[in-house]
Design a binder for this molecule. Sequence first.
Ligand SMILES: [Zn+2]
Length: 132
Amino acid sequence: MHEWALAEAVISTVSQIAGKERLKEVTEVRIKVGELQQVELDILKFALSQLETPKFRNAKFNIETVSAELKCRVCGYKWIFGKEGLNKDVAEAIHFVPEIAHAYVKCPECGSPDFEILQGRGIWLESVKGVK
Ligand SMILES: [Zn+2]
């Protein structure tokens, strides 16, 4: 159910921005979701469409998934987390509990399992467009 909480947060943040920018109407909202964030995009979109206020009547919600970027703590190598090399169950498990990635993912350069997640978690607003 946390998609609804996220949708509420998005609507309330966008409303604040719209207020500050004195927008009469919001036309486009770009949202980025980290690949490792557990969000069902369909539910999020549905929640947004249910929660929108008149100001959002013509708003288009553009949701983009951002690939996770990892950085090795041993050799400093950075790479994009790919689910290709993993079996489906493991990829799913990592999607829901990013912490367990350490058990399955190793640095392609030096083989160390000690890495940090630079990008790919969380959800954020990329931009808000509207009519004044
Ligand atoms: Zn390394």
